[in-house]
Design a protein around this ligand. Structure first.
Ligand code: HPA
Length: 333
């Protein structure tokens, strides 16, 4: 296999110039770079990333430990992380924790063993001594979407409170007074925050959130179905079900249909997180949309700052309400 010396000989430049040309160093003329790239093509040369890592002590690789890749929100987030990382010259290794603390630990350990340059996480709390330990050791880290209090790591997230208030206002205007929520795991900030925001928004309208109207979900579809069945078995079922993520909303929709209920005529439904196919469901689902792509980009930029040893501030972007038809008439799209 051709080596860097062969490329240098064919291009008629020094080995150092080949190296600089391949790393887009500004000191290399456009002409020399073109000759190097032609020689690389002709010889089928592949730079040895392992050798470079040993030399530079950098792998140009980021780790992303995501909570559930089957959740379209996290799929979109992973896509935007990958996109921004590529633009900045990094590859991404993804670990899917599947909402399980032991898998989260497994991936953190594996990624650190592989000497990633930095770690992005949407963490589950509770199980993992590795997270505070890595932060203490100075591993560059950024939390995205979810975070853990007390660990000094920048957080890139959306604030859904105003959008939840807008949702409750919309539902209230439609005349509904009995509102229920399917929450996420208590071991996640997103699980707790969405219930808190909902309760606070109801209070502004003088409405209460009884415990029977708080379903315990795990952000996956089956839990949305079960929580909805429990609501429907109550002596006085809610008039509205708000699912704290998109998968639980789909599970809820299944449960409502299985009981022969029509949305929104018999019961209203709304979701946190907007996903592409919410416009294709019957009815299209009213949802709180996060700026997911921007969050992924901002998280990578923050992590690359941390890798360079610079401070990176936390970033909070607003979420927004997208009204469709699943709560009643009035629709944005
Ligand atoms: N879980 C599920 N869906 C989500 C989350 C989460 O933590 N954050 C945004 N969408």
């Amino acid at each position: 296999m051709a080596g860097i010396k062969d490329v240098a000989a064919r291009a008629g430049v020094s080995v150092a110039t080949v190296s600089r040309a391949l790393n887009d160093h500004p000191s290399v003329s456009a002409q020399a770079r073109a000759r190097v790239l032609r020689a690389v093509d002709e010889l089928g040369y592949r730079p040895n990333a392992v050798a470079r890592s040993l030399r530079t002590d950098q792998t140009r690789t980021l780790g992303l430990v995501t909570s559930d890749l089957l959740n379209p929100y996290f799929t979109e987030l992973a896509r935007s992380v990958e996109e921004q990382a590529r633009a900045l010259g990094y590859s991404v290794i993804i670990g899917n924790a599947d909402e399980r603390p032991e898998l989260q630990d497994h991936y953190i350990r594996t990624l650190l063993d592989r000497r990633i340059d930095g770690l992005l996480m949407a963490p589950i709390e509770g199980g993992s001594p590795l997270i505070p330990a890595a932060a203490r050791e100075g591993v560059p880290m950024v939390f995205v979407d979810r975070w853990i209090a007390g660990i000094d790591v920048p957080v890139v997230r959306a604030d859904g409170r105003a959008a939840v208030r807008d949702l409750v206002a919309h539902i209230y205007e439609l005349g509904h007074r009995r509102l229920a929520i399917i929450g996420g795991p208590a071991l996640t900030t997103t699980g707790r925050e969405r219930v808190d925001a909902f309760r606070a928004a109801l209070a502004e309208y003088g409405l209460e959130l009884p415990e029977t109207y708080v379903g315990q979900g795990n952000f996956q579809a089956e839990s949305g179905r079960r929580a909805t069945e429990r609501f429907l078995d109550l002596a006085q079922p809610p008039e509205v079900v708000f699912a704290a993520d998109n998968l639980m909303a789909l599970g809820a929709l299944d449960a409502l249909r299985a009981r022969g209920l029509r949305v929104p005529r018999d019961i209203a439904l709304a979701a946190f997180d907007d996903i592409a196919w919410f416009i294709h469901t019957d009815p299209p689902i009213t949802a709180i949309a996060q700026p997911t792509g921007e969050l992924g980009h901002a998280a990578v930029r923050a992590l690359v700052e941390r890798i360079a040893g610079r401070p990176a501030p936390s970033v909070t972007l607003p979420a927004r309400l997208v009204v469709r038809r699943s709560c009643g008439e009035r629709s944005d799209s």
